[in-house]
Design a protein around this ligand. Structure first.
Ligand code: FUL
Length: 483
């Protein structure tokens, strides 16, 4: 009997050790989790608009203007890779309507240009260079088409859907299908040169259009200003709000009963909505230079600025989408290449050495041995510390064994179980007393805290002060930014 009792007790301890917390709120899908892993990717704009030195082509440029003198997909992708970018989205068709692949859907495409004697396919070249260099690939196909004579009529939708189908069929698995919100207005429209307005709540029949994406590219994250998988952060400056929730509920505009892309003006976009209905993390899109297209007089942002944007996007649980603009040769200019490389090295070297990795760690609570706090230092974001169900506030103390100097703190929640933590603070041990150096709100996929100046300490404490449910934390790090 005694033996039986013991077996039961150790069995229940074992079960408890194995039993993960219940998920909380909206949860990320498999494709969204894969997207979170990327952190930074790029968005290439390169069409006849580049050769017109404009930002928005009217749709009337002669296809012959698309004539790069020395296009080199590998040069572009290698520069992106050196910048730490893990994926590339190509604008396969921008608002000017020029298709960079030999499509059957419109005459206004690359086969009518001098590029490779009319035999070229720029989507294929970028896709292959990306895959060869280990980057994921995605596409942006603008719904607004300022060239197409049919734009604004009921016949255009099937043309747009056919373009998506071509892109979804011929270029392998896509990580992203990017859908811009700019819709209707003036354009060439087959020579009509007029203004055409559409009702963006119905014109693109998004429900059925996105059903094509889901069916043909189940791993493609759908981006739009109102989300679906990924929401626009509400600005093109590259930063999310200080408090940043991955959850969101797109709201219909006044007088409508459905939320659709093209509305863009959600005051909640930068911050997200706590306890929103859907997991819809923000993408922070920002061009490397001033414009999305190449303009010779503009220069790239400095590596320091890029690093700051990284902290304010990836470091706030979002992803950073950096616009890359090939020049008239069809390559990234040397100053772009240099800025990307220095930025990439800065991120790599700053985060390669977690100064807390050998710390001894104690926690005020632990769910069971599988959820021991040591999991936050194992560089494996799939393992995590968790508290018991009824413990919503908890602390972790780390003894760094010797004084360490750092100015960045990194935290990651175990997001497959949802975004849980709402408030926390960090203390360091200084002059024989604990001193609070930071108080924060959201964490989510990643939180990077940049201290105003470096601190030195041999003990650090994280206090989770508010969470609606038990806590999870998968990673913790302290770093010294490299110059
Ligand atoms: C915007 C577009 O109108 C710009 O031209 C650019 O493509 C940017 C990424 O999205 O909304």
């Amino acid at each position: 009997m005694k033996w039986l009792m013991l077996t039961f007790l150790s069995l229940s301890a074992f079960v408890n050790a194995q039993n993960p917390p219940k998920p909380y709120g909206a949860l990320p899908s498999k494709r969204q989790l894969a997207w979170h892993d990327l952190e930074i990717y790029g968005l290439i704009h390169f069409t006849p608009t580049t050769f017109e030195n404009k930002e928005w082509g009217f749709g009337d440029a002669d296809p012959k203007t698309f004539n790069p003198t020395d296009f080199n997909a590998d040069q572009i992708i290698k520069a992106a890779k050196a910048g730490g970018l893990k994926g590339i989205i190509l604008v396969a068709k921008h608002h000017d309507g020029f298709a960079l692949w030999p499509t059957k859907t419109t005459e206004y495409n690359i086969s009518k240009s001098p590029f490779k004697g009319g035999e070229g396919d720029l989507v294929r070249e970028i896709e292959q260079a990306a895959r060869k260099n280990g980057l994921k690939f995605g596409v942006y196909c603008s719904p607004w088409d300022r060239n197409n004579a049919k734009y604004g009529t009921s016949e255009y939708l099937s043309i747009y859907q056919a373009q998506l189908k071509e892109l979804y069929s011929n270029y392998g698995e896509l990580f992203m299908s990017w859908h811009d919100g700019a819709n209707g207005g003036d354009g060439f429209y087959g020579g009509a040169k007029e203004k055409r307005s559409i009702d963006n709540t119905t014109y693109y029949d998004w429900n059925n259009t996105w059903a094509i994406t889901r069916k043909m590219q189940p791993m493609a994250n759908i981006f739009s200003d109102i989300g679906l998988d990924i929401r626009w952060v509400g600005n093109e400056n590259g930063n999310a709000a200080e408090t940043s929730w991955a959850t969101f509920t797109p709201l219909p505009p006044e007088g409508k009963n459905v939320a659709v892309p093209g509305q863009a003006n959600y005051p909640q976009s930068p911050e997200g909505i706590r306890n929103g209905k859907f997991w819809m993390p923000a993408e922070c899109d920002v061009p490397l230079r001033k414009g999305w297209f190449f303009h010779p007089q503009e220069s790239p942002k400095t590596p320091e600025t890029l690093f700051d944007l990284y902290l304010k996007s990836v470091g706030r649980g979002a992803d950073l989408d950096l616009g890359l603009a090939p020049d008239l040769r069809g390559q990234l200019r040397e100053d772009d290449v240099a800025a990307l490389k220095v930025f990439g090295d800065m991120v790599k070297h700053t985060f390669e050495n977690n100064l807390a990795k050998n710390a001894t760690i104690t926690s005020s609570n632990m769910r069971g041995k599988n959820y021991n706090a040591v999991k936050i230092l194992d560089s494996d974001k799939l393992s995590y510390w968790a508290t018991s169900d009824d413990v919503h506030q908890a602390s972790i103390e780390m003894d760094l064994k010797s004084p360490k100097t750092f100015d960045i703190i990194s935290l990651q929640e175990y997001i497959p179980l949802g975004q849980r933590i709402e408030n926390y603070n960090i203390e360091i041990f200084e002059n024989d007393a604990w001193k609070t150096i930071y108080e924060g709100t959201s964490i989510g996929a990643k939180r990077l805290i940049k201290l105003e100046s470096p601190v030195t300490t041999s003990k650090i404490k994280l206090n989770i002060t508010k969470s609606p449910v038990c806590v999870t934390l998968s990673e913790f790090g302290i770093y010294k930014k490299t110059e």
